[in-house]
Design a protein around this ligand. Structure first.
Ligand SMILES: Nc1nc2c(ncn2[C@@H]2O[C@H](COP(=O)(O)OP(=O)(O)OP(=O)(O)O)[C@@H](O)[C@H]2O)c(=O)[nH]1
Ligand SMILES: [Mg+2]
Length: 213
């Protein structure tokens, strides 16, 4: 069994305050050639299309429409940068693994995501989102391997846990934990989240806020 690092009451409260404060959209990059200068440490939200990245950015910051959310995969079309209180840059990326897009476009987006992940000196952490109903797929493993190679530490975040009963959730958690154990740059902690019920949101805030200090 892995012991999960629990945030203290003080850390949870400090994180709540940080995420309740200002958060401003500052930049949308349509290609890896027009990324903004690196002013703050960055945390990127990465995952397959529709995994719930933009929803999670909204839930963390308590905003309804800071980041654009859609039922249709492909909602986020650029790399969006949000300045959280001058402390941390939240970076919402387009999703990968969306089969309906043209091959050309899919390849361009994949390239943009990979260039960003490889080349950002102040990228402190990646939250790699995995739909709890689906588990990790090959496209996720490609990203994990890239992050292992570049030694950017990442946290597996299971999303939409409200959709699962307890047995399915236990299975999903076990799958993600095993996946993390297989990858050198993956943190051993897995965070379970739901933007509908709020499960895991304070924990994820605490995790990210500890980077901004
Ligand atoms: N049941 C449930 N649905 C969720 C949750 N989070 C997000 N969704 C839904 O999942 C869909 C996709 O959400 P987005 O936040 O747009 O996903 P994304 O990963 O940003 O997608 P792309 O930008 O296309 O890569 C939307 O219909 C959301 O309402 C959750 O915690 N529970
Ligand atoms: Mg999105």
């Amino acid at each position: 069994m892995t012991e999960e690092a629990q945030a203290s009451v003080e850390e949870i409260e400090a994180a709540r305050r940080l995420f309740a404060g200002r958060c401003d959209f500052v930049w949308g990059a349509t290609s890896a050639q027009n990324l903004p200068p690196e002013k703050l440490d960055e945390v990127a939200f990465v995952g397959r299309s529709n995994a719930g990245k933009s929803s999670l950015v909204n839930a963390l910051t308590g905003r309804k429409a800071l980041a654009r959310v859609s039922q249709t995969p492909g909602a986020t079309r650029q790399i969006n940068f949000f300045d959280l209180g001058g402390q941390l840059m939240l970076v919402d990326l387009p999703g990968y693994g969306f089969a309906k897009r043209s091959k050309m476009e899919a390849a361009q987006w994949q390239e943009m995501i990979f260039v960003y992940l490889r080349g950002r000196a102040r990228l402190r952490r990646v939250a790699l989102l995995i739909d709890a109903r689906r588990g990790a797929m090959d496209s996720d493993r490609q990203v994990m391997e890239l992050l292992d190679r570049t030694a950017v530490s990442y946290l597996l975040v299971l999303t939409k846990v409200d959709e699962l009963d307890k047995a399915a959730l236990d299975q999903s958690r076990a799958g993600a934990t095993a996946e993390a154990a297989n990858h050198t740059a993956a943190l051993q902690q897995v965070i379970l989240t739901s933007t509908l019920s709020g499960t895991g949101i304070p924990d994820l805030r605490a995790h990210l806020a500890s980077l901004g200090r």
